[in-house]
Design a protein around this ligand. Sequence first.
Ligand code: F6R
Length: 366
Amino acid sequence: EKGGYEHFMLKEIYEQPHAIKDTFRGRLRADQGLIRMAGIDQNLERFLNANRIIIVACGTSWHAGLVAEYIFEDLARIPVEVEYASEFRYRNPVISDKDVLIAISQSGETADTLAAIKLAKERGAFVFGVCNVVGSSIARETHAGAYTHAGPEIGVASTKAFTTQITVLTLMALKLAKASGTLSESRLHEMLSELEGIPAKVEKALESNALIEIISDVYKDSTNCLYLGRGYNFPVALEGALKLKEISYIHAEGYPAAEMKHGPIALIDEQMPVIVIATRRGHYEKVVSNIQEIKSRKGKIIAIVTEGDEQVRDLADHVIEVPESSESLSPLLTTIPLQLLSYHIAVMRGCNVDQPRNLAKSVTVE
Ligand code: F6R
């Protein structure tokens, strides 16, 4: 059932090119500049007239929501707020029938997310679900939705659910951008065909596996780890840190790279591995100067870079390449090496990768 892989997590990491294709299937017609999503078509006015979109989720799904904030605001120019479902539901939120709430959940059973949906519905908001499990409670409780079609995710650490959530949310943002005219036809066509090419690029990113195994061996005994990214890759840094802590039990934190100087830089010494996402498009020069700051404090740098990068290669202790992409699609690629890194480190530490201690696949209690 693990299809020859040692763990479900690794199988699911490797399934991502396929899973992302399954998310597109029947929806994306890049040659015609078309995206078919019935749940959006039937409720287009609700989205286009929305004061704002509020995204609620927990854990990894919340990180997908943060990526979506960048995508929706950047491409569709709709204001977005992203909230932990558990905080949203208990703080008497200001929400009305002019708002759209998007709930993201792999399992579709997360208690806090479900409760946030019920609250938003009571206050008249239109509620859209992005779920993986068909027929789940959240899928049934929402007014409309779009499934991720990632297939069953067995490993407790979420991998393919995350990248397919980002894929669905990107399709939604592009569809809304097309309907509202916030993206030119030519840019839209470009984005759609780039999106269609993402599974092949994910495949390419997976080819770094052997290198990542070598790097993992160097850092497997670390007690702390810092993840940095900017823009679209800030949420990816958070997700990388969550993956590491939940399966390897190494304390890890994700930060927007520029926040480092406001505190976390104090932690950096020769013992501290810092994983920096430094892809070419998106604040590259600024991230390079963050890397210089880490280096001058003797931190160990593992950088995720764009294929062919030379500048960061000269500074970093290790570089892991991902294929070139636009900034808005880069999270689908930069996430891959971070998943593999946490996987290998956890295996080397003898951890139960598929069923980490104290964690459940779906959190049906608050
Ligand atoms: C992390 C992880 C959890 C879930 C969270 C939300 O790898 O699996 O953080 O992402 O419990 O679960 P869903 O998406 O099912 O609502």
